[in-house]
Design a protein around this ligand. Structure first.
Ligand SMILES: Cc1cc2nc3c(=O)[nH]c(=O)nc-3n(C[C@H](O)[C@H](O)[C@H](O)COP(=O)(O)O)c2cc1C
Length: 167
């Protein structure tokens, strides 16, 4: 078991990273990121997802071009498209794949690998580039790369006394 204080500090320290070193990431570390995603919880344990690992520079750059603010995916060492399968769990595929993404982001952070959720993306065009079917749901494409430069300053969070109610 992990020390609770260490876990909380770790969660707080994670930052979205948009600047990557042009350095290859060993397969073992890529596998750990995927494995962390695989172990996400899902409704009725249906695991309504598939992961597409993208290392091809041309594909990364093509995806970068269909983002609004996600150009940095073109510079990533690899990316993972997290694909939801509505026909496996039509009520929960968005929630379940979102949990996958968080697991992957935290695993990456523990390895010194940066990532950032990219929501600003033309998903239909990205799906076409990835060869996804009409029934596939593209949650996001997470770019991964070793962090270049300084870790960005901590981002703000609303204080607990503003967001917590006790009844
Ligand atoms: C659903 C979602 C969509 C996001 N979309 C983008 C995006 O398109 N481009 C980007 O640079 N960051 C994006 N982000 C990253 C957020 O800006 C970032 O998580 C937030 O500012 C807090 O910063 P932190 O992750 O460093 O704590 C997104 C995050 C989430 C959760």
């Amino acid at each position: 078991m992990i020390d609770p204080k260490d876990l909380l500090d770790f969660i707080k320290e994670r930052r979205s990273i948009r600047d990557f070193q042009p350095k290859q990431i060993p397969e073992k570390e890529i596998e750990m990121v995927l494995e962390a995603g695989r172990w996400a919880p899902s409704a009725s344990n249906r695991q309504p997802w598939e992961f597409i690992v993208i290392k091809n520079r041309d594909i990364l750059k093509r995806i970068a071009r269909v983002t609004g603010y996600g150009w940095f995916i073109g510079e990533a060492s690899f990316a993972v498209a997290i694909v939801g399968k509505p026909y496996i769990s039509h009520n929960w595929y968005v929630v379940d794949t979102s949990l996958v993404s968080m697991n992957m982001m935290l695993m990456a952070w523990s390895l010194g690998i940066g990532t950032c959720w990219i929501g600003s993306m033309n998903k239909e065009k990205a799906k076409e580039i990835l060869g996804l079917g009409h029934n596939d749901y593209l949650l996001t494409v997470l770019p991964f790369g070793y962090i270049r430069g300084a870790i960005p300053d901590p981002t703000d969070r609303n204080p607990l006394n503003r967001i917590v109610k006790e009844i």
